[in-house]
Design a protein around this ligand. Sequence first.
Ligand code: AKB
Length: 320
Amino acid sequence: MKRILVTGALGQIGSELVLKLRGIYGQNNVIASSKGNDKDGSKDVIDSGPFEIVDVLDSKQMADVVSKYSVDTIIHLAAILSAIGEGNPHLLWDVNMNGLYNVLEIARERKCAVFTPSSIAAFGPSTPKDLTPQETIQRPTTIYGVSKVAGELLCDYYYQRFGVDTRGLRFPGLISYKALPGGGTTDYAVHIYYDALKSKKFICNIKKGTKMDMMYMPDALEAIINLMETEPSRLIHRNAFNITAMSFDPEEIYKEIKKHIPEFKIVYDVDLVKQKIAESWPNSLDDKDARREWGWNPKYDLSAMTIDMLEKLKEKLNIK
Ligand code: AKB
C-alpha cells in the first residue's frame, strides 16, 4: 500500500483508520473520501490530509479521484449496516452492491488492491452457532447479510477472473469511542459505555443471553493493515476471514462496566427487529485460519477494552 483511498472515511472505522494510515504511510498518501463532510468528529480527518467528496454510486467521480492521486489501494468502507438495512432493503442493495461493484471495476481498470469488510452477518440461523467455522453454511436472513455473502463471492470472482488483489475480513461488532456506529445490531455494545458514564442507566434493546462476537477498534485497525500487508501467497481465504476478539451477551458487558461504576443499572426494552437479526448470527466465530494465514492476534478482551473505553470516553465527554 502506497497511495490509499478510503471510502466512507468519516464513519466508525474510517474516522480512526485514516488517521492511523496517515501516521504510517504519510499524510498525503491517504485520501479520505465520503459522500458528505458534515459528520460529527470528522474535522481531524478532513484537516489532516487530502479529503474528497465521493459518492460510491458515482463511478466517474470515484475513478477521477483514483487517477488524480495515483491510488494503488482502495479501502472500501462505505456501506449501510444491518438494522438500517432492514428498514430500507432497496437502498442497502444499491449502496452495498453497486458501490462495491464500482470499486471493483475501477480496481480492475487501474490495477488497485481492494479491502472490503464482510461481517458476522454473512452467517444465518442454519449456520453452526458456536465456534462457527471459516467455511460453513451461509444462508443469512437479512439484506445486509445477503449483500455481505454476495460481496465475498464478488471479490473472490474479481481475484480469480481478473487478478484484482481483493482481501476482506468478517468483522464482528466493533466497539470504539471516536465516532458512533451507524445503525447496526451490535451498536448497543457502544451505547452502553456512553450511558454508563452519562446517566448510569442503560436501556438495552438486545435480550439478556444473546451472545455476539465483538472487537475493540484498535484490534480491527491492526487487522486491516496486517491483512493488506501480508505476502499474497500466504492467503487462502482472501475475502472472508473469520476474526473475533471476544464474545459476550448484554449481561456480561454490563457486569464488566459495573465493576468500575457500581451504581450502573441496566433495563431491557427489546427491539424485535434487532433481536431477530442478533439471534440469526453466530455466538462465537472460529478464527484460526486468520491466525495461521496472516498472524491475527487481538490484544483486547472485554476487561481490557472496558478499562480503555471508560478512560477515553470520560476524556471525550469531559466527565470527572
Ligand atoms: C452490524 O451490527 O450491522 C455490524 C456488523 C456486525 O456487521 N456491526
